[in-house]
Structure formats: C-alpha cells, structure tokens
Design a protein. Sequence first.
Length: 86
Amino acid sequence: MNLYIWRHNKTYHSHSMIDEPCVLNEFYLDALAVVAAPSVDEALQMLAARNEGWRVEDLRKLEPQVIPLDEGGVVFTQVRGAIDHL
C-alpha cells in the first residue's frame, strides 16, 4: 500500500502555460489530493469515483509523490505565505 500525493498550484498560471494540466473541473489556485491505494491506477480510480471533479487524464500528466505505508515517516507538511525576512 502506498500514499499517493498530487499537488497542483495555478496561482501564477498564465496563457503561456496553456498546455499545463488542469486537475479539477472547478476553478482552483491550489489543488491537493492524497490517496492510500495499492497502485497509482487504483488511486486515480478512487478519486474519479468520488465525483468531485478530479480530472484523471490531467492527474496522469503529473508525477505524484509516493510514500510507502510499510514504514514510518513524515507524510505531510505545509507552509503557505511564508516571508523570509530575516
């Protein structure tokens, strides 16, 4: 079993990035999907089955972070809006 993590940020998306994947049918700036599954295909199927607008064909264009669940480790950290002023 693995943990598959997809993150896509469109905060600074522009017309020059027209071929960039769009991973969700709704408007978003930052999309994050985390799925525990035996394979990446099954993880994508699980996302699609939720009917939340995840675009599997575009998620396939992104390389997910894969974390094996057979050992301990840091799964997720997040820092948003940090300003390095020191």
